[in-house]
Design a protein around this ligand. Structure first.
Ligand SMILES: Cc1cc2nc3c(=O)[nH]c(=O)nc-3n(C[C@H](O)[C@H](O)[C@H](O)COP(=O)(O)OP(=O)(O)OC[C@H]3O[C@@H](n4cnc5c(N)ncnc54)[C@H](O)[C@@H]3O)c2cc1C
Length: 474
């Protein structure tokens, strides 16, 4: 007899939502793959396999295709490309995938009964909707249920309160990294299955579910990014080989391709952040001739974004219920914006004008087009983009709403803790400090200007790259 809390007692990544004895008559362990959508380097799947091995049971993996608020064809296409690949990886590991379409809590509870599961294991998600799903499973299921914090390097439980800024979470992360920044080995199942003991759904072609989804189809799939763990790993290898050494100096130059472009793979859990960080940490560049390429600065800068900034964002979404509105921003930020609420606005744009890139600012329009066409806007441009929305909207609340709407609609990595945090940083001073002198509209919120951008980057090249004429020719 195995009691779930006792079994996972030493693993700080695991939270037992429903404790109890694993059903003695159980026929499998069910892994509900929700956030960590990958068949390899997945700590949640490994936890399910280790439980299965201890119970002498196989593992069946379930993925539920849900109607996720705000997701459109672009997001589903990318996600299902990843699921198709996960299905192949999972089959090779003897832990077959089952696909269901519907409301995740209901589908998982029904499937757990149908398969006579001994227990259900899942992963963790920091946003409101997936957290509600896990709560509903906990309320409705009558077998043990636990979740694994598989998409952060250091488990979020170590940060039970909202962190004020990068400088407050950084030393805590650094203390814990030697324990948690480890490679992930794929655990072998001792009881492999060739096929699941139930209808598997259309695992061979997950894209076939696209037709049944009630989604907005007006946002086309990205012409550049393909979903899947293998593609994510290919891009990671490219980044390490070609961009890591210059990342520190080139990451803020939007006209160049200097960053990893991996945020969508992280958003859908197609890459493991822990494994990525480990590979960056361990990488030793090959010597070319007599010269050794120096990646020290690039590595430190990249791990700062990948671990410190990203886990600060996860902490914000987990610990602040207002993470996607102005109300989640610090009091000083809200107060300074309120004080300047009635300042005259030289330019005011509607959501439609912004969406259609019809502003007076060609740099801003170019960034909006980059996002609309490719599903990704360069990180440095995102800051300028959001700050200008504040400057050109009737209120900070309205600006926040416009930024969230556009970001979540067009970015492949949208609807993510990083997105809500980035917007809160740009518009409401989240994780930032007051920046005197006080200015119109912005008050003490950090300000960005077109002339500042022109000094920092080659704006002409960027505008040319994302102009309507260039895109029409492509
Ligand atoms: C207004 C605004 C909106 C944003 N919207 C999103 C969003 O919807 N989804 C999203 O994932 N990121 C968002 N970001 C954060 C950041 O811009 C992107 O993660 C980054 O540009 C993704 O490109 P990359 O993978 O090439 O990044 P790289 O520079 O290669 O960084 C590597 C990884 O580190 C993480 N990272 C990088 N910058 C940040 C940051 N500032 N905060 C938190 N994590 C970071 C990401 O996971 C990223 O993939 C937003 C930032 C701002 C200012």
């Amino acid at each position: 007899m195995i009691e779930l809390t006792t079994f996972f007692a030493t693993d700080e990544r695991i939270r037992v939502y429903r404790p109890g004895l694993c059903a003695e008559q159980g026929r499998c362990v069910l892994y509900w793959m929700q956030r960590a959508q990958r068949g390899q380097e997945n700590q949640a799947l490994n936890a399910a396999i280790s439980l299965g091995n201890a119970l002498s049971l196989p593992v069946v993996v379930a993925f539920v295709i849900a109607d996720y608020p705000g997701a459109n064809l672009r997001h589903y296409q990318f996600m299902l490309e990843g699921v198709a690949q996960a299905a192949r990886h999972l089959a090779k590991r003897g832990t077959p995938l089952v696909i269901r379409r519907g409301e995740p809590p209901r589908e998982i509870v029904t499937l757990a009964h149908e398969l006579q599961s001994a227990a259900v294991i899942s992963d963790e998600g920091e946003l409101r909707t997936p957290r509600r799903w896990r709560q509903r499973v906990t309320e409705q299921i009558d077998i043990p249920f636990a979740c694994v914090d598989a998409d952060v390097v250091v488990p979020s439980k170590f940060f039970p309160k909202e962190e004020w800024a990068a400088r407050t979470i950084r030393p805590k992360l650094q203390r814990l990294l030697p324990t948690y920044l480890q490679p992930i080995a794929d655990l072998e199942t001792l009881h492999p299955l060739n096929s699941p003991p139930c209808d598997p759904g259309n695992v061979a072609d997950p894209q076939s579910y696209l037709d049944s989804l009630q989604i907005d189809r007006s946002v086309a799939p990205s012409p550049i990014y393909r979903g899947g763990q293998d593609e994510g790993k290919r891009l990671l290898r490219r980044f390490i080989a070609k961009r890591l050494s210059t990342y520190e100096t080139q990451r803020n130059l939007p006209e160049l391709a200097g960053t990893s472009e991996l945020s969508a793979y992280l958003h859908f859990g197609q890459l493991s952040v822990q494994q990525m960080a480990w590979e960056i940490e361990q990488h030793v560049p090959e010597a070319t001739g007599s010269a050794q390429i120096d990646i020290t600065g690039g590595r430190a800068a990249y791990l700062e974004e990948l671990i410190v900034r990203r886990e600060l964002a996860v902490n914000f979404a987990l610990r602040n219920p207002n993470y996607d509105t102005l109300a989640g921003c610090p009091t000083w930020g809200q107060e300074t914006l309120r004080k300047h609420q009635n300042d005259p606005r030289p330019w005011l744009y509607t959501r439609e004008e912004l969406e259609q890139a019809r502003t007076h600012d060609e740099l801003w329009n170019a960034s909006q087009r980059e996002m609309m066409v490719t599903g990704r806007m360069h990180g440095y441009m995102r800051m300028y983009w959001a700050k200008k929305i504040l400057e050109w909207s009737a209120s900070a609340e309205e600006a926040f709403g416009h930024a969230v709407y556009l970001n979540d609609r067009y970015e492949l990595d949208g609807r993510d803790a990083n997105g809500y945090t980035g917007i809160a940083w740009a518009i409401g001073g989240k994780h930032d400090r007051p920046w005197p002198p006080e200015r119109p509209i912005f008050g003490l919120i950090r300000y960005m200007t077109l002339s500042g951008m022109q000094r920092k980057m080659d704006t002409r090249l960027y505008i040319y790259k994302w102009s309507k004429a260039t895109l029409d020719r492509a």
